[in-house]
Structure formats: C-alpha cells, structure tokens
Design a protein around this ligand. Structure first.
Ligand SMILES: Cc1cc2nc3c(=O)[nH]c(=O)nc-3n(C[C@H](O)[C@H](O)[C@H](O)COP(=O)(O)OP(=O)(O)OC[C@H]3O[C@@H](n4cnc5c(N)ncnc54)[C@H](O)[C@@H]3O)c2cc1C
Ligand SMILES: NC(=O)C1=CN([C@@H]2O[C@H](COP(=O)(O)OP(=O)(O)OC[C@H]3O[C@@H](n4cnc5c(N)ncnc54)[C@H](OP(=O)(O)O)[C@@H]3O)[C@@H](O)[C@H]2O)C=CC1
Length: 462
C-alpha cells in the first residue's frame, strides 16, 4: 500500500459511495449543515482503508480524509454463479448493462439464471433471442410472488407483448449535471452505482433473430457445470437439449455449435451464446474490514442499529451495503431496493446530524411499512408489508381476487388484521390497503367482502 501523498483533509462528515444512498445522505447533510464541507467519496478514488481509531479514511490515490462522522454507502456487487468466466455476465451498473446489450446484439440464445428482479425484467424485455430461464423454484419470481401471482404473470409472458407500455409516474433520476459527474467518476473505476428503476429504458435489448419472445423455463434446477466450447467437445459425448417453448417440454437434440454449454442439475445440457447470472447481490464491505471489527450480518452486510449506526463508533452505513439489525416493525423487512437505499441514506444523514449536536431522533416513518412499487411484464406491481406472509407461519389467511390479463389482488390477514398485500394491475387499492395495514383495524366482520369488486372499499373505510 502506498503512503499518503498529501496532508490529510478534514471534514466533519464524510460519505462513501455515489449511489442513491450516498448521494441522498450527502444532500441531506448539506441541507442540515449548509456551512460545513461534506465530503462525498465514490469509487474513483476507491477507498482503500478505514482506520477508525484515527477517525481517518485512506483513498486509493494515497490521500487521507479525517472525519467526525462517516457514512458507508458502497452498495453491493452481483453475486455470480461463477467468477472469472467471460461467458457469465452480471448486471449492476451502466458499464455492465452496456456490455450485456453489446453481447446480446450478437446472440441467438442466452441463458438467464435466477428468479428475482433482474431475471423477471430481462425475460420480458429481451426480443429476437431465445432465452432459457433457469430457476430453482417451481414458479417464477420467487423473491416477489407466490405461485398464484406467478401463474397470473406467466400467462402474460407467453402471450404477445402489447404495444403500449404503462406510463411512468415516478420522478426520474437522470445522470445529468452534477450527478453525471459523480456517475462518470464512479464508472472510471470498475464499480459504478447500481442501476435503478427503469434501467433498461434506454437499452435496445434485441438479439439477432426476428421473433419477439421465445422463452423456455427450466424449473427446480440449478447450474451443475459450465463447459466452454472446446471443453465440451472433448468431454464425453453428452446429449444436448433443444429448448422448446414454455408448454412443450419435449427433449430433442440440438445440432448447433455454441460458445458455451451449461449442464443443469436436472441433467439437461443447453448450449448458448452467454449466461446472465441474475442471482442476487453481495454487500461491498471488503475495503472497510481491514483492521476494523465491524459486526456483519448473515447476508454479508454491515449490521446497523435503528439509527443506521454500525458497531463501530461514529461510523454509519446505509443502502445495499448494510444489514438492518434493529427489531423491525411487524410489517417491514429489508430488501436491497432503490427506495430503501434512498430512505436509509436520508435517515442516516438525519441520525448523523442529530448525534453531532447531541439530539435524539425517532425512527423514520418509512420503516413502519414495507412498500415497493415496480413494474413486471408491463403490469404495475405493488407489494405491501408481509406480502408473501413472510414469517407469519401457518397462522394467516389469504384473500384473493384475480381477473386474467387484468389484475391480481392478494390480501394477507392474520387474526383479522391485514399484514400484507400484492396488487398487480391498475387496482387503485394501494392507499386503502396501506392504511388498513398501518392502522391494524380488525377486518374479521368484512370477510370476503373485502375484495368484492362490487363494493367500493375506499368508501367503506374512509
Ligand atoms: C439492474 C438493476 C435494476 C434494479 N432495478 C430496481 C428497481 O426497479 N427498483 C428498485 O427498487 N431497485 C432496483 N434495483 C436495486 C437498486 O438499484 C439498489 O438497491 C440501489 O441502487 C442501491 O443503492 P446504493 O446507493 O446502496 O448502492 P450503489 O448504487 O451500488 O452505490 C454504491 C456506490 O459506492 C461506490 N463504491 C463502491 N465501493 C467503493 C469503494 N471502495 N470506495 C469508494 N466508493 C465505492 C460505487 O461506485 C457506487 O457509487 C436494481 C438494481 C439493479 C442492479
Ligand atoms: N423491479 C425491481 O424491484 C428490481 C429489483 N432489483 C434488485 O436488484 C438486486 C439484484 O437483482 P437480482 O440479481 O435479480 O437479485 P434478487 O435478489 O432479486 O434475486 C436473486 C435470485 O437468484 C436466485 N439465486 C441465488 N443464487 C442462485 C444460484 N446459485 N442458482 C440459481 N438461482 C440462484 C435467488 O433464489 P433464492 O431467493 O431462493 O436464493 C433469487 O431468485 C436485488 O436487490 C433486487 O431486489 C433488480 C431488478 C428489478
């Protein structure tokens, strides 16, 4: 490690990471302390070490920065099924998304591994390329849906894609102005900020073929082995599987020569141009561990308490890098999402500001109820509270309403109180359900009327 090349700079507050968590944290600190210098450090220059005993961080360019309070917002990186294989791509930032797009323009068939957000979005968006989608579960979208919602969505996947996409209603964050600079600097290194909602809007996700969608789903299996073309040819002659569409699971032999071959745990082998590993993320904590005894969560994040404080004095963390380790509200859980990263960055700044002037602060309201609004297969999707009855055991009931091609509504109730909901389509129920979850009103008397389409429940509960 090189020695420091210039005298240390001092800032009351230092924030590491130019993603949504870090930028929101720095912005909020600047609002609270307009006359202070707030130092925002992002992947270029990369942080090499944090030496807490000296309240000092050392950047890769050899500079030292002294802090009174530090917030680590270095995000996460893709957890790939296999590191160092040029045919296995992860998607995280602008560079990796562009690399994926570049490879796709030359591809006839790709394989997507994983059953979460990235896979769900990709299988719907990719055109002109066969997609073999490999999932560990029985049904699609395990991180967001139960089997019922998955079935509702699967029927959309195998129908033709509609022309009109639903309108964007949220504020778009662009990389213009000063944010562009932050992004550009981050991308100069090899770790950029995570792409967020609408990340594929500007990308032309088209392969070499003329058809729209061709998706084959392999359920309940994982990758057993990946062979490069040469390795595969000299390996014992294995029979290649030829993908059919979703309904036709018959197996025939594929005669084409592919750059890479994947053997699955169900013994099938597919050739393809490349593999997308959409298999979750690992928090970026390594640069901060050396010499520091941070408490680390089971998912590999820096543990933070209800004031976003890590286990080390004056060091906070927010966004994908952290593991929420406080006793949460019964209807909130952490998921590594853009909205949570922003809320955490904002709240961390509030906590840092309060601590620095010796004030106390209550937990922010945004951690009362889990709420995620997104779009899958061109449907608006709203997830509230314990939307999949997470942690409720068998002591819960589900109310369902489904109109094929239009809407899927699920309410999760426990002891007559609403604990969570999945709303797919333009249901207009999110505000009412959000209130019902928050106020924990006893709904036993309403029974199934709660989802009766002939009853306007908005009027009912107002
Ligand atoms: C393809 C994709 C699509 C997504 N879509 C959605 C969506 O639709 N909805 C949703 O809610 N969420 C979505 N997410 C998740 C969401 O983008 C992330 O949860 C969120 O952006 C995390 O923000 P962050 O600031 O914690 O981390 P990041 O955005 O990862 O930012 C981390 C920052 O730290 C910097 N950094 C890293 N290491 C160092 C270091 N050693 N020194 C200095 N700087 C460092 C990086 O350069 C970066 O600027 C998506 C994620 C991906 C990858
Ligand atoms: N619209 C949205 O809300 C979007 C959100 N995102 C967010 O971005 C981040 C990255 O997305 P993504 O990579 O899709 O991560 P997710 O955490 O959403 O999903 C990862 C998926 O990969 C599966 N998986 C993990 N390891 C393996 C393995 N070895 N073999 C096969 N499958 C495996 C997981 O299964 P299991 O759960 O059983 O381990 C899970 O289905 C996440 O934080 C996600 O929430 C991304 C895109 C869109």
């Amino acid at each position: 490690m090189e020695g420091p090349c210039s005298p240390p700079t001092a800032g009351k507050f230092v924030v590491v990471g130019g993603g949504i968590a870090g930028v929101t944290c720095a912005e909020q600190l600047a609002i609270n302390f307009p006359s202070e210098d707030i130092l925002l450090i992002t992947a270029s220059p990369v942080i090499k070490a944090v030496t807490n005993f000296k309240q000092c961080i050392l950047t890769e360019d050899g500079n030292q920065h002294i802090y009174k309070k530090l917030c680590l917002c270095a995000g996460a990186k893709p957890k790939l099924i296999c590191e160092g294989n040029p045919y296995v791509l992860g998607i995280r930032d602008t560079d990796s998304a562009q690399e994926f797009q570049k490879q796709l323009t030359k591809a006839k068939r790709i394989m997507i591994i994983g059953n979460g957000g990235i896979a769900l979005e990709l299988v719907y968006e990719i055109e002109g390329c066969e997609v073999i989608w490999v999932i560990k579960d029985k049904a699609i979208g395990n991180t967001f849906f139960d089997a019922g919602a998955a079935e509702f969505l699967t029927s959309k996947l195998i129908d033709e894609k509609p022309e009109a996409k639903i309108a964007q209603k949220r504020t778009r964050y662009t990389t213009e102005g000063w944010k562009k600079e932050v992004q550009a600097r981050a991308n100069a290194g090899n770790i950029g900020s995570a792409l967020g909602p609408d990340w594929h809007e500007g990308l032309d996700l088209k392969g070499t073929k003329e058809f729209s969608h061709k998706i084959h789903i392999e359920t309940m299996c994982e990758v057993k082995k990946i062979y490069l073309q040469e390795e595969f040819r000299i390996s014992e002659k294995k029979s290649l599987t030829f993908p059919r569409d979703h309904h036709d699971q018959s197996v025939t032999t594929d005669k084409e020569i592919w750059p890479v071959y994947v053997e699955l745990t169900n013994e099938k082998i597919y050739g393809c141009d490349f593999i997308v590993s959409a298999t979750g993320v690992t928090p970026n904590i390594e640069p901060f561990l050396c010499g520091n005894n941070f408490d680390v969560g089971e998912d590999g994040g820096l543990k933070v308490d209800d004031h976003m404080h890590t286990s080390l004095p004056d060091i906070y963390a927010a966004g994908d890098i952290c593991t929420a380790s406080w006793h949460p509200s019964p209807v909130w859980q952490q998921m590594r999402l853009w909205t949570q990263a922003r809320q955490m960055g904002w709240y961390a700044a509030k906590c840092m500001a309060a601590a620095s002037v010796g004030e106390s602060i209550d937990m922010d309201f945004s951690f009362e109820l889990f709420a995620h609004v997104t779009k899958f297969f061109n449907y608006k999707v709203v997830l509230l509270g314990k939307y999949n009855a997470q942690g409720l055991g068998s002591n819960h009931e589900l109310l369902l309403r489904c109109t094929k091609g239009q809407e899927y509504i699920k309410a999760v109730l426990q002891n007559g109180r609403m604990m969570g909901a999945v709303l797919i389509g333009e249901t207009d129920l999110e505000e009412t359900f959000e209130n019902l979850i928050l106020n924990q009103m006893n709904l036993s008397a309403y029974g199934e009327d709660l989802l009766d389409p002939n009853i306007d429940i908005e009027d009912y509960f107002d």
